[in-house]
Ligand binder design. Sequence first.
Ligand code: PLP
Length: 393
Amino acid sequence: MPDFDDDYGFETLAIRAGQVRTNEGEQSEPIFPTSSYIFSSAAEAAAVFAGEQEGNIYSRFTNPTVRTFEQRLARLEGAESCVATASGMSAILATCMGILKSGDHIVSSRSIFGSTTGLFNNYLAKFGIATSFVDLVDMNSWKEAIRPQTRLLFMETPSNPLTEIADIALLADLAHQNGCLLAVDNCFCTPALQQPVLLGADIVIHSATKYLDGQGRCVGGAVVGSNEIVGKQVFDVLRTAGPSMSPFNAWVFLKGLETLSLRMRAHSDNALALARWLEQQSAVKRVYYPGLESHAQHSLAKSQQSGFGGLLSFELDGGQDAGWKLIDATRMISITANLGDTKSTITHPATTTHGRLSEDQRAQANITDDLVRVAVGLEDIEDLKADLARGMS
Ligand SMILES: *Cc1c(COP(=O)(O)O)cnc(C)c1O
């Protein structure tokens, strides 16, 4: 079913797109644990190797289970092409290696995943690719940072942990006016809540480890975009350098996609209920959640996203002591920096995810000592409230 009917809705595509049944008539997608593939003749081998005939050669390049995941995710993002990778970080690395060269320049939001900052500053810089970091929600800072050498604009929206929202369509226009590509790390919304390609973005990055799996089982990633950029340039890096997704993991992610829409709606419902409750607690100074009317970009979030996601953060009275006390008083919520799981997680950004930043950098990023982040899972909302209330007295 490679040209699966265009008229199907999101939930149908999430369950059925990309599946090619074998002669066994299996209902669930099969896993193909094979490193290589055989040919019926020397001539066929030559034709496939020469690219004159379609076919599998080796699972570093293509694998049927991985391809099903790639085609399904491409359809969900409304894009032509998808390349699955071994992790979210290798998706970002493969993208940069595919589209950039020495002397090129990146303008990136400052509020991105810590390892992505490290990749840009410590590794791409070694190979002559410089990065300027800007304020995600300040259009002028994006404009001012663009140079003649700039080739890529990079961001996450919503940001983590403060849930700031950038206008994807505006940034896509800015990128294209300046001969750049816009890449959006769509980890927090997933295509169930936000489809950056349909808003003009050129490349969508995923850490499948998070909500695409949704149950904390596997590490994986993906790059989504056009046939030319993703299907050719990024795929060539994958094929050559080899950060490929395993067929076992692709199968787990396929099962995750089947319930993606349902889960993202449930995460969003739980997070909104928890955010509203937190706003009413006297120990809580401020809540960051795009679904709250008090959020600075609430209306942009409403127009750009079809839900507000599972991530929220809040500031307490009493500095780091209050944050740690609240975290240590929980009995059910998992103390971990991971997110995108059915299980809720809680973390203190200033001493974990943002602990390596200097005090000045943390202040610039608005990561205060009393900030706590919760990635809201799918447990009973009353149990979540009770677990957080325990440490607030
Ligand atoms: C986790 C994460 C990544 C990295 O993904 P891995 O699968 O851990 O390599 C990239 N971006 C964001 C926003 C993430 O949360």
